[in-house]
Design a protein around this ligand. Structure first.
Ligand SMILES: [Zn+2]
Length: 179
């Protein structure tokens, strides 16, 4: 187990596209270690609901980890702890909503983003078995946010130009100060 340092904006590796896990060829031990690192780093980080692979390693895999939450799901299914090779489709029957969103890799910014409140998620588990899961509410928001990470997209991309410039300057200053 290892707690990794979080990669933060404006690190260029956050813009990389993560490679899908091919269970026929993957180094299972390396994958398992990486998943444990994601879980341990997330557990050691306050306020994080989930963590994408490229938030802790520069060349990530298409995987993210979810912090287990107490209580029952607000509406239906819960995300598993590890989501491998996720793809999702937003529900057409549930109206999207503007939701407040933050990111462990861009701590300088909280922003409203329009999100689907229900998504159909396909993913593989740690054994490579395929699943389809419909999730709602916070879990649906997590799926959208983390899949964007795995495609190299960040919440700052939703901000207007002026906010982008301000947040980038602030982030560079904070990173130099070791924050
Ligand atoms: Zn994030």
């Amino acid at each position: 187990m290892a707690i990794r340092k979080l990669i933060r904006y404006p690190a260029v590796s956050l813009r990389s596209t993560c490679k899908p896990v091919d269970f026929a060829t993957v180094d299972k031990k390396a994958l398992s270690e990486h998943l444990n690192d994601l879980r341990d780093t997330l557990a050691a980080t306050p306020n994080g609901a989930a963590l994408a692979s490229n938030q802790i390693i520069p060349q990530g895999w298409r995987v993210f980890a979810v912090r287990p939450r107490p209580g029952g799901a607000e509406d239906g299914n819960r995300l598993p702890e590890f989501v491998i090779n996720p793809e999702y489709t937003p529900s057409r029957t549930v109206k999207p909503l503007m939701l407040d969103e933050g990111c462990l890799s861009v701590p300088e910014l909280t922003i409203q983003i329009e999100r689907a409140l229900r998504v159909a998620l396909t993913y593989q588990d740690v054994n490579g078995d395929k699943h389809i899961l419909v999730v709602s509410g916070l879990d649906a928001q997590i799926v959208q946010h983390e899949c964007e990470h795995l495609d190299g997209k960040l919440i700052i991309d939703y901000a207007d130009k002026r906010t982008q410039v301000r947040v980038k300057q602030e982030a560079i200053k904070n990173r130099k100060a070791g924050k």
